[in-house]
Design a protein around this ligand. Structure first.
Ligand SMILES: [Zn+2]
Length: 384
């Protein structure tokens, strides 16, 4: 057995913790660039803390998922305004944008130099500028990961800027910030969190630390996602989902993912669909086809026993029948109003191209078993 585990330098978790983050913000640097979403209003609690602590800042608003140009613009603004560190407050896209901007503030050249596939794929040489992440959704776990997903509209692709040098210095996870999220966002981000706990748990690079984290995270999603969806202000449900998201981020950063995320990258580049909705629409079918392939071709049987354990965690049944975990997720996805893949404009004719790109995605390489092109196509067809 051998493994490595790295995460954000410091994590502060709890309802109302943003209000207590003043000292950490004061000692963060001279002037932060505050990266927010389209609705700057959501950053108001942070702006107030900055004001109370006499910290002046510049703000940069990101609408939608960050592109390569977003990172260039943000880094240029940071330079023009003499910002020496970054705070990202928002959903996964905003935190990814902030993380990438912080990386480019300290590394020479253009962001394309450091991107795989569409750029030169060079390694970052310097640690990012100090970066503090404050998630306002519970799903991506981006506050503890070492990558930022960036869209290249020109290439119709999403690629990751990735380096251990990009791990956030501080993650402030305050569940109060997720109260009042729209139900559709609670649903899609919550199911992304669940996917990011299931995939690392069954993946080829799972390790004892990520196992423990995944099991605890899955348990919390099972008991709280429906409650967070039904009553958005339920503090316990929101706290559970924030833990689940945080744990999913830790797990994926240290173990990897699987076929759901292998598909989600290319689909997200080709169609404008929220990441969480894509993952949610695929999760049950990926699990089912993975389990069938494992039964047919995997003699070790480790991953299949893990799927049984997931079913146990989800439906609380000590001896779950085969497939009950998959059915539990299918029902949840329906009850939470997640649309099928076809609702995003994905048709049968797109399957060969999606399969071609998904096969080579880094997440696909961690899937517990190598799926054939036919199996990959079958998953997509079923999730339409
Ligand atoms: Zn995800």
């Amino acid at each position: 057995m051998q493994f490595e585990f790295a995460t954000a330098t410091r994590i502060i978790f709890g309802p109302g913790k943003l209000r207590e983050a003043g000292p950490a913000i004061k000692s963060g640097g001279k002037r932060p660039l505050v990266v927010t979403g389209k609705n700057v209003q959501r950053a108001e609690p942070l702006l107030q803390v900055l004001h109370e602590n006499n910290v002046e800042c510049s703000t940069f608003s990101v609408s939608g998922e960050p592109t390569i140009q977003t990172v260039r613009d943000g880094a240029a603004l940071a330079k023009a305004e003499n910002c020496d560190w970054v705070i990202g407050i928002g959903g996964g896209s905003v935190i990814d944008a902030g993380k990438a901007i912080a990386a480019m503030m300290n590394n020479d050249g253009d962001v394309l130099d450091y991107l795989e596939i569409i750029g030169q794929g060079k390694a970052l040489t310097k640690r990012s500028a100090r970066f503090m992440a404050i998630p306002t959704t519970a799903g991506t776990g981006s506050e503890v990961t070492r990558n930022a997903v960036l869209a290249s509209p020109q290439h119709k692709l999403k690629v990751s800027l990735r380096s251990p040098k990009m791990l956030p210095d501080l993650a402030v996870v305050d569940p109060d910030l997720t109260c009042g999220l729209p139900v559709s966002v609670t649903a899609s981000t919550g199911l992304d969190a669940l996917t990011q706990l299931i995939e690392p748990y069954v993946c080829l690079r799972a390790n004892p630390m990520t196992d423990a984290i995944c099991i605890e995270g899955i348990r919390r999603v099972a008991r709280s996602l429906r409650n967070a969806f039904k009553s958005g202000n339920d503090p316990e449900a929101r706290a559970d989902m924030c833990v689940a998201s945080l744990f999913g981020g830790m797990a994926l950063a240290n173990a990897g993912l699987g076929a759901v995320h292998g598909f989600a990258g290319p689909i997200g580049g080709m169609f404008s669909a929220p990441h969480g909705e894509i993952c949610a629409a695929l999760l049950a079918d990926v699990m089912e086809v993975n389990m069938r392939a494992l039964r047919e071709r995997d003699n070790a049987g480790v991953a299949i026993s893990r799927y049984y354990y997931i079913a146990r965690l989800l439906n609380g049944d000590a001896k779950p029948a085969a497939g009950t975990g998959v059915e539990w997720i299918r029902q949840l996805v329906v009850d939470l109003g997640i649309p099928r893949l076809s609702a995003h404009g994905i048709k049968s004719e797109h399957i060969p191209e999606i399969v071609k790109h998904a096969k080579n995605a880094s997440s696909m390489k961690a899937n517990p078993i190598l799926l054939t092109d036919e199996e990959l196509a079958e998953i997509l067809q079923r999730a339409m």
